[in-house]
Ligand binder design. Structure first.
Ligand code: ATP
Ligand code: LTN
Length: 330
């Protein structure tokens, strides 16, 4: 949807703490770039965070932390609208309406639901998680959604539900496209390179956090699980650990994977890992510095305004949905 000649970008992040380098490279980096070309709306999806058991005080703290991380990576509140999902009730209202046109067969196939319910047990919120996500995106009539590779299936479902709505009620929603980076779209765990680097991994050595110290980063990368054959090569089947580090370094430095393989093929893993660590430290340093200078009170003021702006835009859009389905007025 074009507003003032600009297309819209929307994305969300769960306030679940432990923001890691995968989140940055897979998603936030694109968020920052896109805010210069698009009308940008970025949301801390705190209702989504309730789908697994969470301590209220911890959730409360993590919501502010998440916003501070967004500001630290370079989201500019003069360019982007930043707000908390729970402050805008239209998300939940639209999710209900979209839920009535989402077949349960589709939800049963969602990989993230299958994985998370196997770990934490199933609940209705976890099951309908992708419907709320579709509502987030469609509420704002977004054209583009920058996410990591793990969200691909949810984006496809969002397009399907938008099409189903449009076919039944008329053209209300543009069909949003996912924007997934070419490198580091799925940064893998340092302790198990066959699993995604994840906030919820209990092993602290599995993920490089954006606020880790240089020393932590060096230790974690030095200890990253790799194979015993010493050639640095990009081969996800035979060398997932080294392939992950190559992609991480490529994304951090902007140098192609091939060039890195050329330089480090014969140096052995030790030298290569040190180079990866230094590249990641350099990437994280300015983010950490900006984070340290942020003030919680200023962030709260920004969020008040963000919620006001998001609510008024959401209400305009939601009025159109209510009218389309026959829920306008009395
Ligand atoms: P996690 O699985 O780490 O607990 P999540 O993926 O459920 O977290 P968010 O932190 O909300 O939830 O994800 C924010 C964004 O970061 C999403 O677009 C997601 O695709 C992306 N992302 C998360 N982990 C990675 C990763 N390891 N590699 C690339 N992108 C990632
Ligand atoms: N499911 C996403 C978070 C999320 C999101 C969204 C991303 C919720 N709503 C809307 C993009 C657009 C995740 O787990 N990373």
């Amino acid at each position: 949807m074009t507003v003032n000649g600009k297309r819209k970008v929307f994305s969300g992040v769960q306030p679940t703490g432990n923001m890691h380098i995968g989140t940055y490279l897979g998603a936030f980096r694109n968020w920052v770039k896109l805010q210069h070309e698009y009308e940008a709306i970025y949301c801390v999806v705190d209702l989504h965070a309730l789908t697994v058991p969470v301590d209220p005080a911890e959730l409360h703290r993590n919501r502010i932390e998440a916003v501070k991380v967004l500001l630290a990576v370079g989201i500019d509140p003069d360019k982007s609208l930043v707000y908390m999902q729970s402050q805008v009730p239209q998300h939940a209202e639209l999710a209900w309406i979209l839920g009535t046109m989402t077949p349960t067969g589709v939800l049963n196939r969602m990989t993230q639901f299958k994985e998370k319910s196997a770990r934490a047990g199933a609940n209705l919120g976890l099951y309908s998680y992708p419907v709320l996500m579709a509502a987030d995106i469609l509420l704002h009539r977004a054209d583009l959604v920058p996410v990591g590779d793990d969200q691909r299936q949810h984006l496809e479902m969002t397009r399907d539900v938008a099409e189903r709505f449009n076919n039944r009620y008329g053209e209300v929603f543009p069909l949003p496209e996912a924007l997934i980076p070419e490198t580091a779209a799925r940064v893998m765990s340092l302790t198990d390179p066959r699993a995604k680097m994840s906030k919820s991994d209990p092993n602290p050595r599995s993920a490089i956090l954006m606020l880790d110290t240089a020393d932590d980063i060096r230790k974690k990368i030095k200890g990253a699980v790799t194979d015993s054959e010493p050639t640095v090569a990009h081969d996800w089947d035979a060398k997932p650990g080294i392939s992950n580090l190559l992609e991480l370094m490529s994304a951090a430095t902007g140098r192609p994977v091939d060039a890195l393989v050329g330089e480090y093929a014969a140096t052995g893993y030790g030298v290569f890992k040190e180079a990866v660590a230094e590249a990641v430290i350099e990437l994280a340093a300015p983010i950490k510095a900006r984070y340290g200078g942020l003030d919680d009170k200023e962030v709260a003021v920004l969020l008040e305004k963000g919620a006001d702006d998001a609510r008024s835009s959401a209400e305009r859009h939601q009025a159109e949905v209510r009218a389309a389905v026959g829920l306008d007025g009395v």
